[in-house]
Design a protein. Sequence first.
Length: 165
Amino acid sequence: MEIIKEAVQNLVVYLILVTVILNLVKTSSYKKYIELFTGLVLILILFTPFAKLLSVDESFGSYWEANQFSLETRDSAEFIYEAEENTRNEVLWLYSKKVEERIALLGEKNGITVERVETRLSPVEEGFGTVEKIEVWILGEGSRKKFREILAEAFELPKSQVAVK
């Protein structure tokens, strides 16, 4: 009964407002647009009681909230994965620089001038950051074979994974 009473009140208020508005714009070029808009509002006013009786507004609201939460979760997950990937790449880059510094220090200790270093680190979860391969370019005629052995031992790599050029 409450729904019907509310619907009648809304309809009466609507009719009064529409009558006043249409009388104010009797000969305006916007009259047809105002009639269109007020007609749409009338449809909504007439539809509202039926929607309340069928609880459409509540089910729509819960559906909306569930989907909104799902969308927010998906956006957050994408952001987290992207941030994690960026962090992982940054960590690998920083670690490779530290490895290069260590190789340069090992070269200095052994009287070898290191010109350039390239390293390949494992990006996979199991061995994340593990040195997989080292390539070193040295200046002069230092002992390439000896330096190769030193690097293989220091980084616990097979000699086949270390190249000194």
